[in-house]
Design a protein around this ligand. Structure first.
Ligand SMILES: Nc1ncnc2c1ncn2[C@@H]1O[C@H](COP(=O)(O)OP(=O)(O)OP(=O)(O)O)[C@@H](O)[C@H]1O
Ligand SMILES: [Mg+2]
Length: 366
């Protein structure tokens, strides 16, 4: 049950934009496709919705194959039993809120849409505005009309393409929670497209990271944040320090030879192009110099503060250490030019591959 995509290929006029990707969304699961602009998120979603025809691969929704070019099988979008919310909302300006929400039901030939519309408007909290037209609504309210329309027919699958990008930050936070709640209430699988890492981390049971038409990694938000497979994923999710490291005679070291302890579990023995990932929040930043010996699983590096940014609860500092500039947080006031010590455990410093096979081949092609 859920969605099953196998070997999906899509090209536009001989240019491949999706290179044989495979993934699943389990029943009731909320999965996010995350990746930079142009990586193929919308194309993937449109293939699942039946708005685009794939070149190869199979797509099954709740156990039923809806697309398989090899067998010339293609189920029309309106027969796939799914609700979709587009980035642009795509609601009709000449229809009222209630008429917009009823639209897909009317298209399906349902005569009495009142109960379904009332239910959907209640779920999104728009009952009182059912007679207004879109021009009389705020952006957030229009977004909720689109959401109500997507769920009115109680579809077996929900698809979202960056539905929150037109909302301001506060409304985005609130609507994010609302979408999660509605999806869990309906107990249907959902596939959600975004390039916003906060959205992906906070809403998803699982995240699929895409780069240039490939799936780079999939996992829970915690997996991706703490165990990214490469630098691309680490950089895309959360803020990151990357330490150029090399294996020295007595262990790993920074470019200037300073020894550094890394998580032994991340050391695969492959030294080609290694960088160490160190999240800023894993660093304890202290004013002054506290020695530079590594001991008992801790790294202790001293450096000089070269930049700072006040963020309210704490400040973010740039500290120059061994030829590298590292970001770290502190509640203490550290003047520019002063010495500071960074303390972090070996386990917080993980070796990651510096590139992917995809980005390397793209770099060669370019
Ligand atoms: N109809 C089309 N004709 C030709 N190329 C297309 C078409 N639609 C998309 N593309 C190309 O396919 C690639 C993937 O596009 P897609 O819209 O899936 O990206 P995306 O990941 O959704 O990006 P964004 O975050 O900017 O929305 C892009 O390089 C885009 O230029
Ligand atoms: Mg898109």
């Amino acid at each position: 049950m859920g969605i099953s995509v196998r070997g999906l290929v899509k090209s536009y006029s001989a240019v491949n934009v999706i290179h044989s990707i495979s993934f699943d969304v389990a029943d009731g699961e909320f999965v996010t496709l995350l990746g930079p602009s142009g990586c193929g998120k919308t194309t993937t979603l449109r293939c699942i919705a039946g708005l685009d025809t794939p070149n190869a691969g199979t797509i099954a929704i709740n156990g039923r194959v809806v697309s398989d070019p090899a067998r010339k099988l293609f189920v029309a979008p309106h027969e796939r039993d799914l609700g979709m919310v587009f980035q642009s909302y795509a609601i009709w300006p000449h229809l009222t809120v209630a008429q917009n929400v009823a639209f897909p039901l009317t298209v399906r030939g349902e005569r009495d849409t009142r109960d379904a519309v009332a239910w959907a408007l209640d779920v999104v909290g728009l009952t009182k505005l059912s007679d207004r037209r879109p021009s009389e609504l705020s952006g957030g309210q229009q977004q909720r009309v689109a959401l109500a329309r997507a769920i009115a027919a109680r579809p077996q699958l929900l698809l979202f393409d960056e539905p929150l990008s037109n909302l301001d930050a506060r409304l985005r936070d609130r609507t994010r929670l609302e979408i999660s709640r509605i999806q869990k209430e309906l107990k249907v699988p959902a596939l959600y497209v975004t390039h916003d890492q906060t959205e992906a981390l906070s809403m998803s049971d699982r995240v699929i990271v895409m780069e240039a038409g490939h799936v780079v990694q999939e996992g829970t938000p915690e997996d991706l944040y703490h165990r990214p497979v490469n630098r691309f994923v680490a950089d895309f999710i959360g803020s990151a320090n990357f330490l150029d490291v090399r294996r020295g005679p007595s262990g790993w070291q920074l470019p200037d030879g300073t020894p550094i302890l890394v998580d032994p579990a991340s050391d695969t023995g492959d030294d080609s192009g290694s960088v160490a990932l160190l999240r800023p929040e894993a660093i304890r930043l202290e004013p002054g110099v506290h020695g530079d010996l590594t001991a008992a699983g801790f790294n202790r590096l001293t450096g000089r503060v070269v930049g700072s940014m006040y963020l309210g609860p704490h400040a973010e500092y740039i500290v120059e250490v061994g030829g590298l500039q590292l970001r770290a947080f502190s509640r203490a006031a550290l003047p520019r030019g002063s010495h500071a010590t960074l303390v972090f455990t070996a386990l917080d410093c993980r070796l990651v591959a510096s590139g992917t096979p995809h980005s390397r081949s793209l770099a060669h092609a370019g």
